[in-house]
Design a protein around this ligand. Sequence first.
Ligand code: ZN
Length: 153
Amino acid sequence: MNCELCGSAIRGEAQAINIDGGIFRVCNSCSRLGTPARVPKPAFVRPTNQSVTSTLSRPQKAKSPPPPSPTFSYDAEEMMLREDYSKVIKSARELLGITQEELGRKINEKPSVISHLEVGSMKPDDVLAKKLEHLLKIELYVSVEDGLASYSP
Ligand SMILES: [Zn+2]
């Protein structure tokens, strides 16, 4: 299952936390955002004669819709290499004021690789793109939707 807050896949057991009265099942890193909560198990909630008032104190579902889940993983949805990747890499590198050689050294690639990327004669694979994205603070892989949208004015 996925974290209800950040949308990333939860490995192991989901943490149930309470945020403003709403119960969320979240990943470990998001569990800090709220207080630990017991997830109500509807199967065990049996109406009794005295339960009229107790239903009021039951945790209620948050009224606000869950935040849109950002995509942290390329697997989450279909991602594509943006078509203007060469321009993006080049301008981001120039912004940092480093040469192709320096950039290559930082990501463990030959300067010729950078040069190929910047003229668009070579496409970065996932791993290389990740390194460039991190170092240059850019996005090379975008969701198919965004990739197509970036060409509209
Ligand atoms: Zn999370």
